[in-house]
Design a protein around this ligand. Structure first.
Ligand code: CTP
Length: 451
């Protein structure tokens, strides 16, 4: 008896899948199909799979070609499956030619011709309206956003707005998109807006975008005043639009896992959180030369506040700031001490002082440590009173990580609100309130424009 194995996601089951399974079965007598789990797809960067695992399995089963279905959960599983299931032939479509030659050490490898002009990606794009993204701002973060957005199916970045025409044009040329210096024309041309302009401009841009009926993904800190955050979220809700603060850590899989472990009781009740993020900047950089809105806390505070707000909640009893300033009066290092009903948090950020960037979550039974760059969480450890016991966890973080927040933003636009818990309106609003208190402490204006 010849035993054959093949693997795939089999999302939005189509003719290409059917023909592949038919021919795979014809290669032998017994066909095993490995269907990928959502988690595995996510890890390998295949975002936005539409059908659930049970649906995808059912569709494979219904073809009648398959004798056994298994699930593919990890990279490297194929080699062990081939041995475990005594496989004679490993087969996949011709889009993978060469990729599985290493399997020849274990069995025969057959690449079957791929059916032309059909793929799950194509169907996913046909099924959903492609959201045309317009980017406001053309600086460093906007430049990181575009390649990441290309990895999420269902969105296409098509326009950039910058009041300085030349900057918009330079950016547009680089990314082959359209340049605008007229806000109304820009908003007419797009479905959703990504805001990556200086902090103090966010409020007016969000307001204008929502007024034009556009969903908004805004870089952190979204706004620097609690009332403005409340007003914007209320208005977005009234207009049935998504307003989403882009703190990428909140959407990355490693951080999600970390929160899950922290909340699971493994380290007992959480009583103390210490988050530090430093990034040395040139004195001439915008971050260290904008006397009103620059400095460490407005730049990095959102990342450090995130674990505290996620784990202790949005209600705090007290927040105090200690600041080291440069000759311009800007904070080159800031320590915020927060008291919550359930525990304490210390947040330290520096653009002009280097320190060990680390996240510590301490509980009544143990503690979790995450080394820098903890804001792109990939690895963390859980320690206990018994120092010989250490639990280690790891998770993938791909590229610049913006793809995760873009995916969640898109899911919410498409009516799948499963990601809302990752950064709630209440949490975003609480962070805006802390930013406001910091600006008042520094005797700086919270933001331009009317509130
Ligand atoms: N396949 C095929 N012909 C197609 C599409 C897929 O023969 N037109 C094969 C693939 O080569 C693979 C199997 O079907 O062996 C499962 O592929 P999968 O990745 O699930 O399907 P795609 O349509 O290629 O999915 P995506 O667009 O998400 O990559």
């Amino acid at each position: 008896m010849t035993r054959v194995i093949t693997y795939g996601t089999f999302d939005l089951f189509h003719e290409g899948h059917y023909r592949l399974l038919q021919r795979a079965k014809a290669l032998g007598d017994y066909l095993i199909v490995g269907v990928t789990t959502d988690k595995y797809d996510m890890e390998r960067g295949k975002l936005n799979v539409v059908d659930s695992l049970p649906e995808r399995i059912e569709n494979v089963r219904k073809t009648g070609f398959v004798d056994e279905i298994i699930i593919e959960e990890t990279q490297g599983q194929k080699v062990s499956d081939v041995q475990k299931y005594h496989i004679d032939i490993f087969t996949v479509g011709s889009d993978w030619i060469g990729a599985f030659d290493y399997m020849k050490d274990y069995c025969r490898v057959v690449y079957l011709d791929r059916t032309k002009n059909i793929s799950s990606t194509m169907l996913r794009e046909q099924n959903k309206k492609i959201q045309k993204i317009g980017v406001i701002g053309s600086g460093r973060i906007a430049n990181r956003f575009i390649p990441e957005s290309k990895l999420v199916s269902g969105v296409s970045t098509q326009a950039v707005y910058n009041p300085h025409r030349e900057s918009a044009e330079r950016f547009a040329e680089k990314w082959e998109i359209d340049a605008y210096d007229d806000m109304d024309a820009f908003l007419e041309a797009v479905d959703v807006v990504y805001i990556a302009s200086p902090h103090e401009t966010h409020y007016e841009y969000i307001k204008a975008s929502l007024e034009h009926g556009k969903h908004v993904l805004c870089e952190k800190p979204m706004v620097l005043e609690q009332k403005k955050a409340e007003a914007l979220f209320a208005y977005a809700k009234e207009r049935k639009l998504i307003l989403f603060e882009g703190i990428k850590t909140a959407y990355c899989p490693g951080f999600e896992k970390l929160l899950g472990i922290a909340c699971s009781g493994t380290i007992g009740s959480i009583r103390y959180i210490d988050a530090c993020f430093t990034k040395l900047e040139e004195k001439t950089s915008r971050e260290l030369s904008d006397k009103k809105y620059g400095g460490s806390f407005t730049e990095l505070g959102s990342y450090c506040l995130l674990p505290a707000i996620k784990l202790f909640g949005s209600t705090y009893e007290d927040v105090r700031f200690d600041v080291v300033r440069d000759e311009n009066g800007l904070d080159i290092f800031t320590k915020a001490s927060l008291a919550f009903p359930r525990g304490l948090a210390t947040v330290t950020c520096g653009l002009g002082v280097k320190a060990e960037g680390r996240l510590l979550i301490a509980g009544t039974k143990g503690y979790i440590t995450v080394e820098a760059p903890w804001w792109k969480t990939t690895y963390f450890e859980v320690h206990y009173e018994d120092a010989s016991r250490v639990d280690k966890y790891s998770e993938r973080f791909l590229g610049d990580g913006l793809r995760y927040e873009i995916r969640d933003f898109l899911n919410m636009i498409n009516g799948n609100n499963k990601s809302e818990f990752k950064l709630t309106r209440g949490e975003s609003t609480a962070m805006a309130g802390i930013m406001e208190k910091f600006m008042a402490h520094e005797k700086r204006p919270a933001a331009n424009g009317e509130g």
